[in-house]
Design a protein around this ligand. Structure first.
Ligand code: WAQ
Ligand code: MG
Length: 265
């Protein structure tokens, strides 16, 4: 008999401000350990002590799971976030967006408020499309398949990338790039001590950039770039929030490249 799978989600809040959130898709025997891990993570977060932690565990039973391939990982090393943001603009352009649109996307992330979810941006009108702009659209029901988790960690370890930020962001970006109508994503963390971010798309893969904001800054977020000529926004949001997706392959992890080499490419 096939084992039931469970979705476990953690959300931590302080004075109604989002501190951290995470989710996993796991089997029943992993639930206890995950509750511990996620609680410790909520309590030890660099954004401060939460006054409210919510952990939900849901049996997702035999819902159809979609298995997807991950985006391949590349890293551009930059000396400062100004250079990092130049690389981000270039990577967005390589994903098919115009220079003006790429600039607009970057400006949107520079000035956004802390949200639980992402900004969904129409690349033609540059208008925001989320039903609730304070919350944004939150991608859920995505994880690495437990069958490859150990090999994944070994592969990441070799390149010094075996941490939660990378594992969760690659999984999320792989689902997002697979969503109907999405052409690219720009992200950097809202955690003040984590300055790396990425541009992701089918064209450039998961392109990490080592600095996209100054150390100590707690503005961050995600912009999902949506092409409304391809599909409806409802279909896209439905996929991002509801479809249970697991990644069943190890990504290719390329060697680091320098700012100079990337800009001259
Ligand atoms: N769905 C949509 N948006 C989300 C989600 C989600 N599941 N989780 C977080 N966000 C948004 C939200 O606005 C957060 O404030 C923001 O993204 C940043 O989230 O390769 O750690 O979890 O070294 O702080 C990227 C680089 C790290 C990793 C990203 O994001 C690497 C990161 P965080
Ligand atoms: Mg965060």
């Amino acid at each position: 008999m096939k084992e039931d799978m469970y979705s476990i989600k953690m959300r931590a809040v302080r004075k109604e401000k989002h501190i951290s959130g995470a989710e996993r898709i796991i089997s029943e025997k992993e639930i206890e350990v995950l509750v511990q891990q996620l609680t410790a993570r909520a309590l030890g977060h660099s954004k401060g002590k939460p006054d409210f932690i919510n952990i939900t565990i849901q049996n997702i039973g035999n819902q159809a799971i979609e298995y997807i391939a991950p985006l391949n990982i590349a890293t551009i090393t930059v000396d400062d976030y100004f250079k990092g943001r130049e690389c981000a603009i270039k990577a967005l352009q390589k994903s098919g967006l115009s220079c003006k649109t790429s600039q607009a996307i970057l400006n949107m992330l520079k000035t956004c408020n802390t949200m639980r979810g992402a900004i969904l941006l129409d690349i033609h009108s540059l208008e925001r499309l989320e039903p609730d702009e304070n919350r944004g659209v939150r991608v859920t029901n995505i994880d690495w398949s437990f069958k490859i988790k150990e090999d994944l960690e070994k592969a990441l370890e070799k390149k010094g990338l075996n941490n939660n930020h990378v594992k969760e962001a690659v999984a999320l970006a792989s689902k997002v790039s697979n969503a109907p109508g999405i052409v690219a994503e720009l992200c950097w963390s809202d955690d003040p001590d984590y300055t790396a971010g990425y541009v992701a798309s089918k064209d450039v893969g998961y392109m990490r950039i080592t600095k996209l904001k100054p150390l100590g800054d707690s503005t961050g977020g995600r912009v999902f770039c949506f092409d409304s000529s391809k599909t409806s926004i409802e279909e896209c949001i439905e996929y991002l929030q509801k479809k249970v997706t697991l990644i069943h392959k190890i990504p290719m992890i390329k060697d680091y490249i320098s700012y100079k080499d990337f800009m001259e490419e």
